[in-house]
Design a protein around this ligand. Structure first.
Ligand code: NAD
Length: 331
């Protein structure tokens, strides 16, 4: 299979080559896939894409016109793909449904603990030869209530880790899971979860129902000083609302690995330019906000797994053995 790999970084190339053994032919392209770059996919059978590629209907129409038959996502989420347009153009879409849920759950825990114990502030103080502890007071995780929204693969990993801390974990999911109930976790309505949780961590997909799930109204229902963690998708959080919550103290801590306007920001080097996004700039002014640039998935094990599943998907599509491909159902 001839595959145009968009948004390609050195580590993507390294991991795809590691397991390919010359089977598929990759063109490694650094630009994001958008309607403006879609023609670069000419003379390939498939495009291989990541979270910030923009597979809009315009883009998919161009892909179809140059003969692309497959969209091969090297990620789990597919909110950036217009599936109706794929169906119309008869383009099959596959993804990596699971690579390392541990990687993302463990990153969520890293954000929680960094915010709780002020690790980011403490480290800069120590580097400044400044050792006063004022402002660094944390809290015991033991006994705190953690509200997990979305109890799929990543949510369950987080639940188990937080139970190891001695936390009381409650959850909300549109499809409650018996495995989660067996862990002693009680499913709650969103309102109950908002009012009872000390820490709220988001692990549901971004879709029409979950867009801006965290907004003025939901924040208003939360405990004063709540910690909100988002390692899922940026659009789950209304950034303006959360800034308002941070200014009033209603939100006590915010940990983000994703941001609703991250597409033109994350995964690039802008260190020699002026940050143009004033909302993002405001977020960066709060000492109780920690942001990472969509790196929760970024472990050696996850990259190996992404590469293996992507290669399996390509081989299954090429051989027509669709049962072995992780197809996204088109309606
Ligand atoms: P999953 O499909 O295993 O679980 C998602 C869960 O969310 C399911 O149990 C589903 O029923 C639930 N859900 C769906 N709609 C909901 C709603 N309206 N309210 C509450 N729950 C709802 O997915 P996963 O592998 O656990 O991944 C979760 C999310 O993490 C993905 O959607 C993806 O966006 C994100 N993710 C981020 C990174 C990163 O690097 N930051 C990496 C991988 C995945």
């Amino acid at each position: 299979m001839k595959v145009a790999v968009f948004s390609c970084k050195a580590y993507d190339k390294e991991h795809l080559e590691k397991f390919n053994n010359g089977k598929h032919e990759f063109s490694y392209l650094t630009p994001h896939l958008t309607k403006l770059t879609a023609l670069l996919a000419s003379e390939h059978d498939a495009v291989c894409c990541f979270v910030n590629d923009q597979l809009t209907s315009d883009c998919i129409e161009i892909l179809a016109s140059v003969g692309i038959k497959y969209i091969v996502l090297r990620c789990a989420g597919y909110n950036n793909v217009d599936l109706d347009a794929c169906e119309k153009q008869q383009i099959k879409v596959v993804r990596v449904p699971e690579y390392s849920p541990y990687a993302v759950a463990e990153h969520a825990v890293a954000l929680i603990m960094d915010l709780n114990r002020n690790i980011h502030r403490a480290f800069s103080r120590v580097r400044d030869n400044y050792y006063l502890l004022d402002g660094l007071l944390g809290f015991d995780m033991h006994g705190k209530t953690i509200g997990v929204i979305g109890t799929g693969k990543i949510g369950i990993c987080l639940i188990k880790i937080m139970q190891g801390f001695g936390c009381h974990v409650i959850a909300h999911d549109v499809h409650p899971n018996d495995k989660v109930k067996a862990l002693g976790v009680e499913y709650k309505t969103l309102n109950e979860l908002y009012t009872q949780s000390d820490v709220i961590s988001l692990h549901c997909p971004l879709n029409a129902d979950t867009h801006h799930l965290i907004n003025d109204t939901s924040i208003g229902k939360m405990k004063k000083g709540v910690m909100i963690i988002n390692t899922s998708r940026g659009g789950l959080v209304d950034t303006i609302a959360v800034i308002k919550g941070l200014k009033s103290g209603q939100v006590g801590y915010l940990g983000l690995d994703v941001y609703e306007e991250e597409t033109d920001l994350f995964f690039e080097d802008f260190s020699n330019t002026v940050l143009q996004d004033d909302v993002f700039a405001r977020l960066l002014t709060f000492s109780n906000v920690v942001i990472t640039g969509h790196q929760a998935f970024f472990t050696r094990e996850a990259l190996d797994s992404i590469s293996k599943v992507t290669l399996n998907n390509l081989t299954a599509l090429e051989s027509g053995d669709l049962e072995k491909a992780c197809l996204i159902p088109l309606s």
